[in-house]
Design a protein around this ligand. Structure first.
Ligand code: SF4
Length: 293
């Protein structure tokens, strides 16, 4: 099940007009990257009104104090001190509803979201203890891939201008890596011995996408012996990215005019997801003594 957390985006919403368009473009990215709607359920959070309903029920077993200590919440407050809404505080509870509603067993999760999944696990345990076995306690997929941004920090569009847009022309991607990619700061000239593990945004991406690098450490060795300069190393990376991204971009271009198909996929995905989620929410209502007349 793959979904787009459009309700969550409201916590940092800047431009409502862009929300719908961005959502459709994101689904086109998913499809171009290989998601198959015949095999996967692709849906939006807002297609399932039972998700925010479940979030309300779950909020009754979640202590407020814990939410205020969540690292992701504290981080967001630090970055946006004048935009702290109740929705931001209860963000992890809505996320718990996303996870628990379909009785998810396994969650792939980025490093920064681990505390939020822990909150979901805690809510499930607490609810089960108080109201009887209702939720599966989900596990996390422990092998996490972190794609660094150009500055070496987590790649993201909202906080810093450090992202690579996979739909940008290759020349733009290449230029951004050439100009802004952060290498080993201790390596001032090409003859200096380098340390690839101090290289913030080039070598970590080689490790992710350059065929055989993790097994052979070829580029790492060349860097350490000063046999390769940073400019050439960036060029190698750009070539690897070209191999990876060009087929994706080709599929993405084919999808550009297929917005109606995407809307249909989301519509069907919403129906399938709802069929899975509604029985859980009915069970929760029943356990909590809520009957809809
Ligand atoms: Fe990074 Fe490559 Fe330069 Fe080494 S040679 S510091 S791995 S960019």
């Amino acid at each position: 099940m793959y979904f787009i957390a459009d309700l969550h985006t409201l916590t940092t919403l800047k431009d409502p007009a862009k929300l719908q368009g961005n959502l459709i473009e994101m689904v086109k990215d998913y499809l171009a990257a290989g998601l198959d709607p015949e095999k996967s359920i692709i849906y939006t959070q807002s297609s399932i009104p039972e998700i925010p309903e479940l979030s309300l029920y779950l909020s009754m077993v979640q202590p407020l104090g814990e939410l205020l200590l969540t690292p992701t919440y504290k981080d967001l407050v630090r970055k946006n001190p004048d935009r702290v809404s109740l929705g931001l505080v209860t963000y992890p509870v809505l996320m718990a509803a996303d996870i628990l509603a379909p009785q998810a067993t396994l969650i792939p999760v980025g490093e920064d979201q681990v505390p939020n999944v822990e909150t979901a696990r805690g809510i499930a345990r607490r609810f089960n203890e108080r109201f009887g076995d209702t939720f599966t306690i989900p596990e996390m997929i422990s092998e996490m891939v972190k794609v660094p941004g150009l500055d070496g920090e987590k790649m993201g569009k909202s906080e810093a201008d450090n992202a690579i847009d996979i739909n940008d022309p290759m020349e733009v991607i290449a230029s951004r890596y050439r100009r802004f990619g952060v290498t080993d700061k201790g390596r001032v000239s090409k003859t200096d011995l380098g340390n690839p593990y101090e290289c913030k945004s080039i070598y970590p991406v080689h490790e992710l996408i350059t065929t055989g690098e993790v097994d052979t450490r070829t580029i790492a060795g060349q860097c350490q012996r000063a046999e390769i300069g940073c400019a050439d190393c960036k060029m190698l990376l750009i070539e690897q990215l070209r191999v990876l991204l060009e087929p994706f971009q080709e599929r993405r271009r084919e999808l550009a005019e297929k917005t109606d198909d995407v809307i249909e996929i989301l519509h069907e995905g919403g129906k399938k997801a709802r069929a899975i989620i509604v029985p859980t929410v009915e069970l929760v209502r029943d356990r909590m003594g809520i009957r809809i007349y």
